[in-house]
Design a binder for this molecule. Structure first.
Ligand code: AHR
Length: 341
């Protein structure tokens, strides 16, 4: 399973890295489908500069593909995609470049929450609306038009509630429960929110011990490395909270390599976030207990926002996406069938 996930991720990452490289300046037109595009009501293509933060996970690949597939010339757009390769400085440069190119809209998936004020101010001064997709910024709300993405605090709280119920069902409510967390990129909304949400439920339980929290960078390799280390440091880990699927895949590998078991028939409870298609295979084989969905298909949502703005409408400042969860008690084969990412 491990090699299948890694191979799929690698192919898509190479594909999107290539697309990102092609997405510099007007060369970005190479991203759009070939052929004559339909034009907007104003009689021209709408130019969208998208600063994507990287290609670290299955989720991120699906997110990038969603933009590329939505913002086509046929749909009336000229997409300029810049992949920042996990560096905020590249995202800041991309925003400034989009301003110089005088794009119609800027979309940013911000790697971390802080440090955006001056770049966003420059976009505002140029009169270019900025849409935040996936992650939030810690900046004055007048500097961006709106946010569309997951409610990460809610995701973390729901994960905590799920664990509470699971332990109750297992007759383990009073047991000491040792927990470790593989966190995502420090300072990223998804890491901050999921940590805060889970902590809100943890503080209601004196018998839950958060032994350690490690930065797994939202990647499979770092997740595996940190999990190896945690298993060496702590003898009795009951629960691993993995803040995305790729870190969970790495954690499962590390647990097996250490001669331990996880999942509903094993010893360690694995909680994950994202619910990408590959994670369903892990739940079906019984190595991940539960997965809290984070929907990456933001392309159509952002397009809808742009169309509303084009029509002169105002849009809601914060637009959370509906999300659910999947666990080992459900008909996972059936639920997996409908998933596109
Ligand atoms: O911001 C969303 C998170 O970023 C997803 O959970 C993760 O997989 C991605 O890298």
């Amino acid at each position: 399973m491990r090699s299948r996930v890694k191979k799929g991720l690698l192919i898509s990452a190479l594909l999107l890295a290539g697309l990102g490289a092609a997405g510099c300046g007007r060369e970005g037109e190479g991203l759009s489908a070939a052929g004559q595009g339909e034009t907007s009501a104003a009689g021209r293509l709408i130019t969208v500069g998208f600063s994507q933060l990287g290609s670290e996970s299955d989720w991120r690949i699906a997110n990038s593909e969603s933009f590329v597939n939505t913002f086509t010339r046929e749909n009336g757009y000229d997409l300029l995609l810049e992949n920042a390769q996990q560096k905020q400085e590249n995202q800041l440069k991309a925003i400034r470049k989009f301003v110089l190119q005088d794009v119609d809209y800027i979309v940013v998936a911000p790697i971390v929450e802080s440090g955006w004020d001056s770049a966003l101010q420059e976009a505002k001064n140029a009169g270019i609306p900025v849409i935040l997709a996936d992650r939030m910024v810690d900046a004055d709300e007048s500097l961006y038009t709106c946010y569309v993405g997951g409610n990460f605090v809610k995701e973390g709280e729901e994960a905590g509630r799920w664990l509470e119920n699971y332990l109750k069902e297992q007759g383990r409510s009073e047991e000491t429960i040792n927990i470790v967390t593989l966190q995502g990129t420090p300072g990223a909304s998804a890491a901050i929110g999921r940590t805060e949400g889970f902590a809100n439920i943890l503080e209601e339980h004196d018998n839950w011990n958060m032994l350690d929290m490690r930065n797994g960078e939202f990647t499979q390799a770092k997740g595996e490395e940190e999990m190896e280390d945690l298993l060496a440091a702590y003898e009795d880990i009951d629960v691993v909270v993995c803040q995305n699927d790729n870190m969970a895949f790495g954690a499962v590998d590390a647990i097996h390599a250490a001669g331990k078991t996880c999942g509903p028939k094993g010893d360690i409870v694995i909680i994950s976030f994202d619910a990408v298609k590959a994670a369903f295979d892990y739940m079906i084989e019984g190595t991940i207990h539960v997965d809290f969905e984070c929907n990456p298909l933001h392309g159509p949502r952002v397009a809808e926002i742009i169309q509303e703005l084009e029509a002169g409408k105002t849009v809601d400042k914060i637009q959370y996406v509906d999300e659910t969860y999947f666990d080992y008690t459900m008909d996972l084969e059936k639920l997996k069938e409908g998933r596109t990412y």
